[in-house]
Design a protein around this ligand. Structure first.
Ligand code: B12
Ligand code: SF4
Ligand code: SF4
Length: 308
């Protein structure tokens, strides 16, 4: 068998075995089409106070500058759609991606295993694992590799399972067989744009990050501006509205990662419990969760912000 095809099949089969939803591969190269879009987004200050988005502009658009000698970007999806949800409909809401153990730990571990497999089965391959935090345009690479299309809410969607999954990559100096992008299936739908509580989807496919509830509740370190008071639809950590209303998420199925299961108390807490949350309860419920990112004080700020 052609060695490139053989390696590609080996890697994709192992990715599935490790629990990834899917795996697609693209040639590592400069993202010509994305460069002006990213530049415009930054010039319009749509990153707000996320200063890290201004850093490494060239590396963000070109994986060969990020990982010297790299040839391929291997994109991987990991499902986080839960089995159970917060029970009280009037309770402040936590985004589904943050219910269980912080995905950075869970995914990094799987990526390391995949890289180890490549070393064992294929040999001396140089590569690095990335999940979310690095200057890599995760969604663009996944879309280029045929794992889904970027929807009008700017997240990656697949017809089979919607959009509730994380994206990660291995960038390696190994030539592989490359996948082709799929087609866009948003059509004339505008459900996400119409439903966004803060009108953050300023035009189809463009999210003004600085207007997104996810930004206000997780990224913003200072006070939340009074101008958006009353618009948060009860979200206190992230926001799932644009994905919840997306017709393709009718096809979401629950994950099978025990580490993503929430502390049972998280699901049963009511409005009063959240308002009275103590640092001890916070540490217990969010022991290894991504919610720790806001710290107790940040979550308290977000809970207070919902009050009249
Ligand atoms: C910064 C960031 C944010 C910011 C800004 C959001 C944003 N859309 O950029 C904030 C804090 C608001 C945020 C929120 C969320 N995020 Co976020 N975020 C990121 C991060 C770190 C970088 C994204 C980025 O590069 N933005 C820069 C801008 C320029 O990119 P963009 O919005 O994708 O814009 C592109 C399009 O506008 C496109 N474009 C412009 N015009 C046109 C026209 C056409 C026709 C087309 C097709 C495209 C197009 O070009 C731009 C450049 O490629 C990535 C991780 C990573 N390293 O990639 C995660 C990531 C995108 N986030 C993720 C998630 C899960 C979320 C939330 C759902 C979390 C939550 N529940 O609260 C929300 C969703 C909000 C939303 N609708 O986007 C996932 C998405 C998974 C998926 N299925 O797609 C990622 C990939 C993390 C991960 N590794 O899993 N996020
Ligand atoms: S996550 Fe919420 S606030 Fe952000 S774009 Fe989607 S619907 Fe709007
Ligand atoms: S809600 Fe409609 S427009 Fe928005 S991403 Fe989903 S299919 Fe596309």
């Amino acid at each position: 068998m052609n060695p490139k095809l053989n390696y590609t099949t080996l890697i994709k089969t192992e990715a599935k075995r490790l629990g990834f939803l899917s795996c697609g591969i693209s040639k590592a190269q400069f993202l010509e089409e994305e460069a002006p879009r990213l530049e415009k987004w930054l010039n319009q200050h749509m990153h707000g106070e996320m200063g890290y988005m201004e850093d490494h502009f060239d590396k963000r658009l070109d994986p060969t500058k990020l990982v010297e000698g790299s040839k391929s970007v291997i994109s991987l999806l990991l499902n986080y759609f839960p089995k159970e949800f917060q029970k009280d409909p009037t309770s402040p809401k936590i985004s589904k991606y943050a219910y269980g153990t912080d995905y950075h730990f869970v995914i990094k571990d799987k990526l390391k295993q995949l890289l180890h497999f490549i070393h064992e089965e294929i040999g001396e391959v140089q590569g690095r694992a990335f999940v979310d935090s690095a200057p890599v345009l995760d969604k663009v690479w996944a879309a280029k590799s045929g794992l889904g299309w970027i929807g009008k809410h700017s997240n990656l969607i697949t017809q089979k399972i919607g959009s509730f999954y994380f994206i990660a990559e291995l960038i390696v100096d190994l030539e592989l067989v490359y996948d082709n992008p799929t087609t866009d299936h948003c059509g004339s739908c505008t459900a996400c744009i119409d439903a966004c509580p803060t009108q953050a989807i300023v035009e189809p496919y463009v999210v003004d990050g600085s207007k997104c509830i996810s930004y206000y509740t997780i990224e913003l370190k200072n006070e939340i501006p009074a101008s958006v008071k009353g618009q948060f639809d009860n979200w206190i950590f992230g926001c799932d509205v644009c994905q919840d209303v997306c017709p393709w998420n009718r096809f979401s199925t629950s994950h099978n990662q025990p580490l993503f299961n929430p502390h049972p108390e998280l699901l049963t807490m009511n409005k009063k419990d959240w308002e009275e949350i103590t640092v001890e309860v916070f540490n217990k419920i969010f022991k290894k969760s991504a919610v720790k990112r806001t710290k107790f004080s940040g979550l308290k700020r977000n809970i207070e912000f919902l009050k009249e």
